[in-house]
Design a protein around this ligand. Structure first.
Ligand SMILES: [Zn+2]
Length: 364
């Protein structure tokens, strides 16, 4: 009898191993390798333009905080003087003063247009973090082959790239086949209500339905996919939702010489710790699944085995993804406190303590 059970177990084990191996070897969604194109020569002036763009502090502070209009005016002048042909040949429209749409008429106006977009604003730098920067945060320093500063990648590099390319092509009298709209928003970092939303409204009112919209999102990643041994251009095809949640605790305060057993700050602390101690449920959305399959197909044997046998290894896979904050965010709705406020004086126990949580919601 025991012998029989032993044989059944061995057989079952072998069957599972066979299925796992077959799935692993059949799993081959490798990234198609295309012949790489030579990077066109990028003029020194393009680098200088990006450096100068970074130096102009087009900061979005917050929904209710005013922007420094002088900086945004300066940025407009910078655009006009750096890209004269673009401004001479293309029609420019302004939306709430500092967002722009340039229309580059195509040869065939019956074709659906293309939209190339970028945003001109950046997030502020905390005063206390300034000395942690290896160069001053708005310096636009060019050191060896790298341009440093707030907005270098997000998103002034995109804006400058679009304008450099257009300026160069316009100098060569190039006219695109289909119309191209160059759209630049000035408040993306605070939800884009005054910029991108107004521009989208204008598209709608004028019945313009683009064939393709190319915006920021994703990078050429050399860090995250080490197994592949080559860079991966990650293209964003979806976006998480965004919501802020305020948590407020009100408990009568008093003098700090006679504290109650629990103050508003204590309760808020506990709430924050409790919320941070647990994650929202895990979910692998279709775009993430596709990314894993594409990237995993070129991965190691273990990676391919786990990806092609998720019926068996899903918890192992999720564990691995949860280890790193970037991949963890791809499979969870996140929730993190970003602003905590309480107290105005060192010897007064505040009666109100407030935390603002920022949440990024998984699609679906
Ligand atoms: Zn951005």
């Amino acid at each position: 009898m025991l012998k029989k059970i032993f044989y059944v177990l061995v057989f079952a084990l072998l069957a599972v191993a066979a299925i796992v191996l077959i799935n692993t070897f059949r799993f081959n969604k490798s990234i198609p390798v295309k012949e790489s194109l030579a990077i066109p020569n990028i003029s020194d002036s393009a680098a200088m333009h990006l450096s100068r763009a970074i130096q102009i502090k087009t900061v979005s502070f917050g929904d209710t905080l005013a922007i420094d209009t002088t900086a945004f005016l300066k940025f407009r002048t910078f655009m006009e003087t750096s890209y004269p042909v673009l401004h001479q040949k293309l029609q420019r429209q302004q939306f709430n003063e500092f967002s722009y749409v340039f229309t580059w008429k195509g040869k065939d106006t019956t074709l659906k247009p293309i939209v190339l977009m970028a945003h001109l604003d950046v997030v502020p730098v905390e005063a206390v973090a300034e000395n942690k920067w290896s160069v001053p945060s708005f310096s636009g320093s060019i050191i060896k082959d790298t341009i440093w500063g707030r907005g270098a990648t997000d998103d002034k590099a995109s804006a400058i790239s679009i304008m450099e390319a257009a300026e160069q092509l316009l100098k060569e009298n190039y006219q695109p086949q289909q119309t191209i709209y160059l759209c630049f928003g000035h408040d993306e970092e605070i939800a884009g209500k005054r910029g991108a939303a107004k521009i989208a409204q204008w598209f709608q009112q004028n019945n313009i339905h683009p064939q393709l919209v190319v915006d920021e999102g994703g990078i050429v990643d050399t860090e995250r996919f080490k197994e592949l041994g080559r860079p991966v251009a990650v293209i964003g095809v979806g976006e998480k939702g965004y919501v802020n949640i305020d948590i407020t605790v009100e408990i009568p305060g008093g003098h700090s010489s006679m504290p109650a057993s629990e103050t508003a700050i204590d309760v808020l602390n506990k709430a924050i710790a409790k919320i941070r101690a647990q994650q929202m449920p895990v979910s692998i959305t279709p775009p993430v699944e596709e990314l894993l399959n594409r990237v995993g197909g070129n991965g190691s044997f273990i990676t391919r085995m786990a990806l092609s046998n998720q019926w068996l290894f899903s918890s192992m896979l999720i564990n691995k993804l949860e280890k790193e904050k970037g991949t963890n965010a791809m499979i969870h709705t996140t929730l993190v406190p970003t602003i905590v406020k309480a107290g105005i004086k060192d010897n007064v126990i505040p009666s109100v303590a407030k935390a603002t949580f920022n949440s990024r919601i998984l699609p679906g």
